[in-house]
Design a binder for this molecule. Structure first.
Ligand code: UDP
Ligand code: MG
Length: 320
């Protein structure tokens, strides 16, 4: 059997402090796997430079000069982690049988790369790296992450808990991913929609060994909002529900106000004002929800997501 070509895809944004160590460790692992005959020697370690402002790209070019196992992809501008990752994966799709994405800072344990490849060789198309413990995180990050997965689940998005972007995807899974044309890319929400056989590899997440996190609280929040709004129209539906609720309450109130008014226990003009207040408020919310439903439909349509991805076809062209 021909050994498979595996690409490692690593997005890098201002990672000059970590690249020399990261490249060394990955190089060792990849050469080890080649020696064992597990992966083809056409396998590559691909660094995607996400418009860094430091020496990152110079280091990547230098690595490429020194050893052809390294590949560099240079984005014209900083487009954020998810887009940089996609750029790398879409390039890898053209050359590799499978691609593994990981962070530049060695937080994703590189020693489990072999396990990813084993699962791939067993026939899995998507292998998720799931962190077994979160002790290296601050209490704050742990708490916010937990809340994030809870909200995601509530909003109906199918995400794998404690899985970041450390994952293996086969060529056909990458081709499936390529059919998702959306600009607001939230890979963690989309990859589970692709389907195919999946599996999980557990690993311990280390601390970033140099440099600092490129995900400050502000970016983390906008990432969470992006994740929810790009995977779900449930927030809109919540407005509709609220509209129905307020409107129902307004009808009950209407009866109540009329009764109070009939018994003459009100100030002149009060009844008509509160009735219109509740009635109109409820109607406005309800109409917003209905309009929102349509906007949600338009939103889903413009994404032009694939309606299906075929896994196997059984067919023969013999005369019967
Ligand atoms: N990254 C990127 N573009 C950005 C921000 C981050 O390519 O705009 C890369 C970064 O170089 C790293 C990965 O995304 O390889 C994860 O970032 P980081 O380690 O800072 O995030 P954290 O682990 O703190 O969540
Ligand atoms: Mg990190």
């Amino acid at each position: 059997m021909k050994s498979k070509i595996i690409w490692l895809v690593i997005p890098c944004y201002n990672e000059q402090e970590v690249l020399s160590e990261t490249s060394k460790q990955l190089q060792d692992i990849m050469y080890g796997l080649m020696e064992k005959g597990k992966i083809s020697n056409k396998s590559r370690i691909a660094f995607v430079n996400d418009g860094s402002k430091d020496m990152t790209w110079n280091i990547i070019s230098q690595l490429y000069e020194e050893d052809g196992i390294f590949t560099g992809i240079n984005l014209a501008h900083n487009r954020g982690h998810q887009n940089a990752l996609l750029a790398g994966l879409m390039t890898a799709k053209n050359y590799a049988d499978a691609a593994i994405s990981l962070d530049a800072d060695l937080q994703d344990d590189v020693n489990v790369i072999e396990q990813f490849i084993d699962k791939f060789l067993e026939g899995k198309d998507i292998v998720y790296g799931v962190r077994s413990a979160r002790d290296t995180d601050t209490v704050f990050k742990r708490g916010t992450a937990r809340a994030f997965y809870k909200v995601m689940k509530f909003m109906g998005a199918d995400t794998i808990e404690d899985h970041a972007d450390y994952r293996l995807m086969s060529k056909r899974a990458l081709e499936g991913l390529a059919q998702f044309k959306e600009v607001n890319l939230f890979l963690r929400g989309i990859v589970p929609m692709i389907g195919y056989e999946t599996d999980i590899v557990y690993y311990e997440r280390h601390e970033r060994f140099a440099g600092e996190s490129k995900y400050p609280l502000k970016k983390m929040l906008s990432f969470a909002v992006d994740g929810i709004t790009s995977c779900s129209v449930k927030p809109i539906r919540m407005i509709t529900t609220l509209g129905v609720l307020v409107f129902s309450v307004s009808i009950i109130m209407l009866i109540y106000f009329l009764v109070v008014w009939a018994f003459g226990r009100t100030v002149a003009g009060w009844t008509s004002i509160v009735i219109s207040l509740w009635g109109i408020g409820g109607l406005i919310l309800l109409s917003l929800g209905i309009i929102g439903e349509y906007i949600g439909k338009i939103y889903m349509e413009v994404k032009e997501r694939p309606r299906f991805i075929i896994k196997d076809v059984l067919y023969n062209d013999k005369d019967i």
